[in-house]
Design a protein around this ligand. Structure first.
Ligand SMILES: *[C@@H]1O[C@H](CO)[C@@H](O)[C@H](O)[C@H]1NC(C)=O
Ligand SMILES: *[C@@H]1O[C@H](CO)[C@@H](O)[C@H](O)[C@H]1NC(C)=O
Ligand SMILES: *[C@@H]1O[C@H](CO)[C@@H](O)[C@H](O)[C@H]1NC(C)=O
Ligand SMILES: *[C@@H]1O[C@H](CO)[C@@H](O)[C@H](O)[C@H]1NC(C)=O
Ligand SMILES: *[C@@H]1O[C@H](CO)[C@@H](O)[C@H](O)[C@H]1NC(C)=O
Ligand SMILES: *[C@@H]1O[C@H](CO)[C@@H](O)[C@H](O)[C@H]1NC(C)=O
Ligand SMILES: *[C@@H]1O[C@H](CO)[C@@H](O)[C@H](O)[C@H]1NC(C)=O
Ligand SMILES: *[C@@H]1O[C@H](CO)[C@@H](O)[C@H](O)[C@H]1NC(C)=O
Ligand SMILES: *[C@@H]1O[C@H](CO)[C@@H](O)[C@H](O)[C@H]1NC(C)=O
Ligand SMILES: *[C@@H]1O[C@H](CO)[C@@H](O)[C@H](O)[C@H]1NC(C)=O
Ligand SMILES: *[C@@H]1O[C@H](CO)[C@@H](O)[C@H](O)[C@H]1NC(C)=O
Ligand SMILES: *[C@@H]1O[C@H](CO)[C@@H](O)[C@H](O)[C@H]1NC(C)=O
Ligand SMILES: [Cu+2]
Length: 615
């Protein structure tokens, strides 16, 4: 009898398990002072910021109505890490899977949840998530594999006092020829600073951590407490205990933390900026932020906590997925991409995958797939500058990513997790970058770690493997928002026929409406030609290269030739601050040029005409 009723109960609970969540959110600017130093406008939902933590369970249906409440900006929303199986148009990146949502319009993001774990959502429209349009998305699991008493969330991010609209024009600017990213004013812990986390003794907390920032990785460590990692990016792992985590933007970790049995002392909880990612470290930038693990509010708050070495952080490469998914079969399709940053003819510093800087097409690529008929399997129709890579249904794909740049970059693939099968150490500045050698590689792990964001070290490489079992158009890009603005993106067009033939992938009324309201076509190739899909005349393309002989040295010379007039602007553009005295030396050092040597600095021929000096 008991057995029957148990079966009945579980039958009923599986029936009622799937819930529908209907949320209406209107975007808009609100005043906030996250770091306690400066009030600025941030992007909220319904006049409120920080944004809510969304919660759902596997199998649930989401109906999120996003109302664009801006008067002068388009917007979109991306659900980071969700596979969007059968619903690629709900993925969010504008001109990849949808038209931007214009002011005043509403877009229904509706899809079914098929995963569990720690996720987040953010605008995929340039700069908006750095202005605050970001929040956590927790998918709870009734069968969570580890025991804990209480769940707590924690976000990390960095903070600028200026809005993206103010920062972007001076970042993407020929007076910023090295592409130096703006320096943030602070690191945030849970969208705030010097936070007290009040805990109970003798308890195990599940802390779900996400770096929802736009730029810097952060180290996270606690005084006299340890993290036991149990999930990364929605993938459960075998427990691994560490005293320190290194979290790039958009990565997530769930950790168990067991508190002490006695409440006589409070402890420090530190978050620290990875300063190697900053071009300069202004003296007033606080790299190490102190927060508090509070057992007893009547006791003193702890001071800053120091560690001996920041190199002892957990290496995610060695984590083992709990489901023991084996290394996928050898790749059917190897995609080799070289990462580089360089200047184009307009003097601006761009980012490249194989010499292509992503340039959005005239028709969202998913709509090209849906309208191109049999041409959808022809890469040409997607244009050259969207960098399309077509994948066959169910093939095993290796992404071999060689980082020729001296920076660390966290790469994210939409629609999938990938197995991380090889990663090389960083190669120091001044030496040649190391590239993956297929005939001479390390032994690959039997049960490789899987996740949706992984960082590549300076002048080094990573190899990722996944199975193309999710028809859709999936963006692959650096998650440093500045680098995405510089074009560090490409896209996978996975099983185009499988997209076309599936009812669930057909455009919704809101998808069509967003395009129509903007006067944008919903059919055609990258050049919006729907008569002849192979005619790409008029497709958006990147700027022409700098004329030959006109190198970074030439740009510096040019910039310095008018430096007197522009020093202020220049210093701000490069280093995010106005008062650096030795800016010339710094730039010269960054570019490895000798500014006292005037030879060879002048470009040859007429090219300087492409470089009009603005007044
Ligand atoms: C947000 O605002 C919209 C209208 O602007 C309203 O329909 C909705 O109920 C609000 N949502 C919440 C969660 O308050
Ligand atoms: C549009 O919004 C911006 C930012 O909130 C504001 O400064 C501006 O005054 C608004 N313009 C109009 C026409 O409402
Ligand atoms: C919205 O997007 C369209 C298409 O990309 C663009 O033409 C328009 O200028 C954008 N509107 C705003 C306010 O940025
Ligand atoms: C359509 O997509 C859904 C979700 O991925 C999948 O379950 C279904 O099998 C697909 N249907 C066809 C006809 O491919
Ligand atoms: C989303 O909503 C549209 C319009 O109401 C509907 O046609 C579509 O079937 C829905 N999709 C899902 C996955 O719920
Ligand atoms: C972070 O903020 C969330 C939402 O306000 C709160 O529930 C959580 O306890 C905070 N986490 C910490 C570690 O303070
Ligand atoms: C800690 O909690 C366990 C049960 O979770 C309990 O048995 C034990 O007595 C507690 N110890 C102290 C010192 O509170
Ligand atoms: C707290 O006490 C319980 C038993 O009373 C023990 O199992 C546990 O390990 C102790 N926790 C710590 C952090 O010392
Ligand atoms: C920040 O913390 C690290 C690790 O504890 C330490 O090495 C470094 O000196 C600290 N920096 C500052 C400016 O306090
Ligand atoms: C835990 O991580 C360390 C390195 O960070 C690795 O050597 C070890 O194999 C890992 N253990 C498990 C069970 O994942
Ligand atoms: C990129 O351009 C450089 C210089 O023109 C050339 O040597 C290299 O082969 C190109 N790389 C790719 C992957 O096209
Ligand atoms: C790759 O490794 C093989 C075997 O060690 C070696 O012969 C070859 O020269 C290497 N290729 C490159 C480009 O380094
Ligand atoms: Cu990057």
């Amino acid at each position: 009898m008991r057995f029957t009723s148990f079966l009945l109960v579980s039958f009923i609970s599986s029936l009622v398990a799937a819930e529908t969540h209907t949320w209406w959110f209107e975007t808009g600017w609100v005043d906030a002072n996250p770091d306690g130093n400066f009030e600025r406008k941030v992007i909220g939902f319904n006049n409120s910021w920080p944004l809510p933590t969304l919660r759902a369970k596997k199998g649930d249906v989401i109906n999120l109505y996003l109302i664009n409440g801006f008067n002068n900006s388009n917007t979109t929303l991306h659900f980071h890490g969700l596979f969007q199986e059968g619903s690629a148009q709900m993925d969010g990146p504008p001109m990849v899977t949808q038209c931007p949502i214009p002011p005043g319009e509403t877009f229904l993001y509706n899809f079914t949840i098929t995963q569990v774990g720690t996720f987040w959502y953010h605008s995929h429209t340039s700069g908006q998530y750095g202005d605050g349009m970001r929040g956590l998305f927790i998918i709870e699991d009734d069968d969570f594999p580890y025991e804990y008493d209480e769940e707590v969330t924690l976000s990390l991010s960095e903070h600028y006092h200026k809005t993206s609209d103010e920062l972007l024009p001076s970042f993407l600017n020929r007076y910023n020829p090295t592409g130096a990213e703006p320096i943030p004013q602070n690191a945030l812990f849970n969208e705030s600073r010097n936070v007290s986390w009040v805990v109970e003794p003798n308890k195990t907390y599940l802390l779900r951590i996400a770096n929802i920032g736009r730029f810097v990785s952060q180290y996270l460590y606690m005084e006299d407490h340890e993290f036991t990692v149990v999930e990364v990016d929605g993938v459960y792992v075998e427990k691994n205990t560490t005293s320190m985590l290194y979290i790039t933007v958009s990565q997530r970790y769930s950790v168990l933390i067991t508190t002490k049995n006695d409440t006589s002392k409070n402890y420090a909880f530190m978050n620290m900026i990875d300063k190697t990612m900053l071009d300069v470290t202004p003296p007033d930038l606080i790299l190490n932020s102190t927060n508090y693990i509070v057992y007893d509010e009547n006791n003193e708050k702890p001071g800053e906590y120091f560690v001996d070495s920041i190199h002892d952080y957990l290496d995610d490469f060695y984590l083992v997925p709990l489901n023991k998914e084996r290394l996928l079969d050898d790749a059917d399709h190897v995609v080799t991409i070289d990462v580089a940053m360089d200047n184009l003819g307009d003097g601006i510093n761009y980012a490249f995958f194989n010499n292509i800087t992503y340039t959005a097409p005239k028709v969202p690529t998913l709509m090209t797939v849906l309208s191109a008929g049999e041409f959808a399997t022809n890469e040409l129709v997607y244009g050259t500058n969207t960098h399309p890579i077509i994948l066959q249904k169910d093939e095993v794909v290796d992404i071999v990513l060689n980082n020729l740049d001296t920076g660390t970059h966290p790469f994210h693939l939409h629609g999938h997790v990938f197995q991380l099968i090889e990663r090389h150490e960083a190669i120091p500045d001044g030496e040649s970058p190391v590239q993956f050698n297929e005939t001479d590689h390390a032994e690959w792990p039997e049960y490789p770690m899987s996740r949706d964001v992984v960082f590549v070290r300076p002048q080094s490489y990573i190899v990722m493997r996944f199975k193309a079992n999710n028809p859709g158009v999936w963006f692959f890009h650096c998650h440093i928002e500045w680098h995405l603005d510089q074009g560090l993106a490409l896209m996978f067009i996975e099983d185009p026929a499988g997209i076309q033939n599936n009812e669930t992938q057909q455009l919704t009324a809101d998808s069509i409406n967003a395009c129509q309201k903007l006067g944008m076509p919903i059919e055609g190739n990258a050049a919006a030609n729907s008569k002849n899909f192979l005619d790409l005349t008029g497709e958006p393309v990147q700027h022409k290269p700098l004329p030959s002989g006109f190198t970074a040295r030439g740009i510096v010379a040019l910039v310095f030739s008018c430096i007197a007039a522009f020093l202020g602007l220049f210093a701000i553009a490069i280093y995010g601050m106005a008062d650096i005295k030795d800016v010339e030396e710094r730039v010269a050092r960054d570019l490895n040029v000798d500014i006292d040597d005037d030879d060879d600095l002048e470009p040859e021929g007429e090219q300087s005409s492409s470089f009009e000096h603005s007044k």
